[in-house]
Design a protein around this ligand. Structure first.
Ligand code: ADP
Length: 459
C-alpha cells in the first residue's frame, strides 16, 4: 500500500475512532450523573453498584480502545482498511450492548434515555459507509425488545422508577408492542436519512478531492507553460538583438563608404571599387532580409506556397546544374546521383528548391579547392532520402549542437567564407519538419560533412 494511501487511511479512521472514544467518555460521565441524580430522585430504586460497575467496564473498554487505536497507527499492511473497519464495527456494537444494559439497570422501558439509540445509528451512518447503520438500527431494536420482553416475562428483574410514570409500563403488553414497533420504525428511518445524507456528503467530498487534484495538475501544467513562455520570451529578445545587430552592420559599412566618398577621401579612380563594395554589402543585407522573411513565414506557418506533388530528383538536378559552375570554379569534384523512378513528395516546389540550394551551396562554400562534393537522392520504404557529402572543413560535435540556431556560424566558416547569414539551416530544418520529414548531419572536423534529409513519400 502506498505511503500516501496509508496516511490518509490512518487519519480518516483516527478521526472516527477518536469521535467514538469521546462519545463514550461523554456517555460514562452522563451515566454517572444520571445515577447520582437518580439515586436522590428514586431513593433505593436503582441498583447503584451494578450501574457503577457497568460504567467502570465501559471506561476500561474505552481505555483499551484508545490503546488499540494508537497501536493500529503504527501498522502498514494490506489488511489495514479491513482491520480498521472491523474495529469500528466492534466498538459500535459493544456500545449498543452496554447502553441496553444501562437502560435495563435504570428503569428499562420507563427510562426516556432510550432515545440515545438514535445517536448510535447516526454515528454508524456517518462513520461507516454501506448498510451498517441499518444493521445498527436492527440491533438496537432487537436488544431493546429483548430487554423489554425479558422484563415483561419476569425473566430478569425490572427496575421500577417509583412515582416517575403513573403506571408500571413494562406490564402493559400492547403498550410495549407499540413502543417497540415505533422505535424500530423510527430507527430505520433515521438510518435511512443519516446514511443517505452521509452518502451525499461522501460523494461531494470525493468530487471536491478530485477537482482539487485536477486543479493541482492544472497548476503544475500552467507553471510549466509559464516557464516555457519565459524561455520563449528570452529567445525572442535575443533574436531581436541579433537581427538588429546583423542588419546594422552592412548599413553602417555602406554609410562609412559613402561618407569617405562624400568627404573626398577617395580618389576618383578608387571610387568605383568602393561603390562596388557598398553594393555587395547592400546585396548581403537584401539576402539577410530575404532569409528573415522566409524564417518568419515558416514560423507563422503562413507561406503562400501551396504543397503539390514535387519530383525532388528533378529539382535537385536543376539546382545542381546551376551550382556546377561555382563548384568547378573552386576546382571541386562535383557529382550528382539520383536513383531512377523515385516517387514524388508533397511539398511546395520553392521549399524543396531552397532545401537543395542551401545544402549544396554550403557544401561548395565550406570545402577547400580540390575537394569533393557528392549529392545523392534515393528512397527507403516511407521516405525520399537525399544527402550532400563534402570533404570540407567539417565540424566538432559541440559546433554541430548549435547548427540549427539562427545566426550560428562556426569561426572556421566565418574565416573561410565571409558571406553567410547563419539562417539557411534554420530555414531548411523548419521546411523539412513542416512536411513531417527530418534533417540530420554527420561531420568530422577537418574531414568533411554529410547533410541528409528525408521527406515523406506521397501516399
Ligand atoms: P550560412 O551558410 O549562411 O553561414 P547556414 O545556416 O546555412 O548559414 O549554416 C550555418 C553554419 O553551419 C555555417 O556557417 C557553418 O558554420 C556550418 N555549416 C553548414 N554547412 C556546412 C558544411 N557543409 N560544412 C561545414 N560547416 C557547415
Amino acid at each position: 500500500m502506498s505511503d500516501q494511501l496509508t496516511l490518509s487511511l490512518h487519519s480518516r479512521f483516527k478521526e472516527h475512532t477518536d469521535q467514538l472514544i469521546e462519545l463514550r467518555w461523554i456517555f460514562v460521565i452522563l451515566a454517572l450523573g444520571v445515577i447520582s441524580l437518580g439515586s436522590r430522585v428514586f431513593p433505593g430504586a436503582l441498583p447503584i453498584p451494578a450501574v457503577i460497575a457497568l460504567c467502570a467496564v465501559m471506561a476500561a473498554f474505552n481505555g483499551a480502545a484508545r490503546a488499540y487505536s494508537r497501536r493500529m497507527e503504527l501498522l502498514n499492511d494490506e489488511d489495514l482498511e479491513r482491520r480498521y473497519t472491523r474495529f469500528v464495527y466492534a466498538q459500535i456494537i459493544l456500545d449498543i450492548v452496554f447502553f441496553t444494559l444501562f437502560l435495563h439497570y435504570t428503569g428499562g422501558i420507563e427510562n426516556p434515555f432510550y432515545v440515545f439509540y438514535f445517536v448510535y445509528v447516526t454515528a454508524a451512518a456517518v462513520v461507516l459507509p454501506g448498510r451498517f447503520s441499518y444493521c445498527c438500527a436492527a440491533l438496537c431494536t432487537i436488544l431493546y425488545s429483548l430487554m423489554v420482553v425479558a422484563e415483561y416475562a419476569h425473566w430478569v428483574p425490572h427496575v421500577h422508577l417509583t412515582d416517575f410514570v403513573s403506571i408500571q409500563r413494562y406490564e402493559r403488553g400492547l403498550y410495549l408492542v407499540v413502543v417497540l414497533v415505533s422505535l424500530g420504525a423510527t430507527l430505520a428511518t433515521c438510518a435511512y436519512l443519516a446514511s443517505s445524507i452521509a452518502k451525499t456528503l461522501r460523494r461531494r467530498e470525493r468530487e471536491l478531492l478530485e477537482s482539487n487534484n485536477s486543479c493541482e495538475v492544472r497548476a503544475g501544467e500552467l507553471a510549466q507553460l509559464n516557464a516555457r513562455l519565459a524561455d520563449l520570451d528570452k529567445a525572442r529578445s535575443q533574436f531581436v538583438r541579433l537581427v538588429t545587430h546583423e542588419l546594422r552592420a552592412p548599413v553602417a559599412a555602406i554609410q562609412s563608404y559613402l561618407r569617405l566618398i562624400l568627404d573626398g577621401y577617395v580618389p576618383a579612380e578608387k571610387q568605383r571599387e568602393i561603390i562596388e563594395k557598398s553594393e555587395r554589402r547592400a546585396l548581403e543585407q537584401l539576402a539577410l532580409i530575404g532569409d528573415l522573411l522566409d524564417l518568419a513565414r515558416l514560423q507563422e506557418k503562413r507561406g503562400d506556397e501551396q504543397p503539390v506533388a514535387v519530383d525532388v530528383g528533378a529539382v535537385l538536378v536543376g539546382v545542381a546544374d546551376l551550382m556546377r559552375a561555382r563548384a568547378e570554379d573552386k576546382d571541386l569534384l562535383f557529382s550528382v546521383e539520383v536513383e531512377p523512378g523515385l516517387p514524388s513528395v508533397k511539398a511546395a516546389p520553392e521549399h524543396v528548391k531552397r532545401l537543395c540550394t542551401n545544402l549544396i551551396s554550403n557544401a561548395i562554400k565550406y570545402t577547400e579547392p580540390g575537394g569533393i562534393v557528392v549529392v545523392t537522392l534515393a528512397q527507403n520504404p516511407n521516405y525520399v532520402v537525399g544527402s550532400v557529402r563534402d570533404t570540407g572543413i567539417g565540424m566538432t560535435p559541440e559546433q554541430m549542437a548549435h547548427l540549427y540556431e539562427e545566426f550560428y556560424r562556426t569561426d572556421e566558416a566565418k574565416a573561410m567564407e565571409r558571406q553567410g547569414t547563419g539562417l539557411g539551416l534554420s530555414i531548411v530544418k523548419r521546411i523539412v519538419e513542416s512536411y513531417g520529414g527530418r534533417i540530420w548531419v554527420e561531420s568530422e572536423k577537418g574531414k568533411g560533412s554529410k547533410f541528409s534529409f528525408a521527406l515523406p513519400k506521397m501516399g
